[in-house]
Design a protein around this ligand. Structure first.
Ligand code: HEC
Length: 106
């Protein structure tokens, strides 16, 4: 059921103006990167598409602040999970990676 919801959310985004971003996210999501990738899919994909996460390119302080903001809004992550996820996000979606797929969408 949750899968269905996420799929529906993804579809909504795809039909919007996020085509290129979704392509890039799909390529990266092909390797879910174990536990942290699952955390993102399961805990962050509840309220919005994970594309909203994967289209960002942030440094550690900004990822930390973003994850903490999402926790304050209701994302459920233990302190250990939070640290793991921040490490993952910093490694995957940091500003110096030459992906150039965000198109200033955010
Ligand atoms: C309780 C619901 C909820 C959960 C769970 C959630 N978010 Fe969000 N998130 C939001 C809302 C609401 C917005 C604002 C959406 C918008 O701006 O259109 C948002 C926006 C964002 C943004 C866009 C930039 C910004 O700061 O607004 C990012 C990045 C983000 N979330 C990352 C995450 C991550 C990473 C997780 C998992 C730890 C997560 N979200 C879990 C509700 C949630």
């Amino acid at each position: 059921m949750r899968r269905l919801l996420i799929g529906t959310a993804l579809l909504c985004v795809v039909t919007g103006s996020f085509g290129t971003i979704v392509l890039r996210a799909a390529a990266q999501d092909a390797s879910p990167d174990g536990e942290a990738g699952q955390l993102m899919a399961n805990r962050c994909g509840i309220c919005h598409s994970t594309d909203l996460v994967t289209q960002q390119k942030l440094d550690r302080p900004r990822w930390t602040a973003t994850v903490d903001k999402m926790i304050s809004w209701g994302a459920t992550l233990s302190p250990e999970e939070r640290d793991k996820l921040v490490d993952y996000l910093v490694a995957q979606y940091r500003p110096d990676l030459p992906v150039g797929a965000t198109d200033g969408a955010k």
